[in-house]
Design a protein around this ligand. Sequence first.
Ligand SMILES: [Zn+2]
Length: 99
Amino acid sequence: MARKNKRVMTNAHVTFDGIPDVPSLALVSVTITCDRCHKAIDGLLGKSYTAGFYDTDDGYWSQFADKDEKYICDDCMWSDARYLSVYRESVSMEETDHG
Ligand SMILES: [Zn+2]
């Protein structure tokens, strides 16, 4: 199955690879509770950017969340099968020969 290495997410709320394309890069410190593991997560929240967790309430990231989940921490997201099915190839592409 031929797939492109990089996916461009045109309707993403955040820019996955690269610096977020927002007028202001101001970030605020937030503590959220992960709706999957219920841990308190210290993260950063910007205009259209989060760090440490994913805002899955709506928009692009909601496809990786279950119905009642609003915030998902990095650890939970990175072990989510739906997320891995999209991003695992980009994580491994530097180590793998795609010739
Ligand atoms: Zn979690």
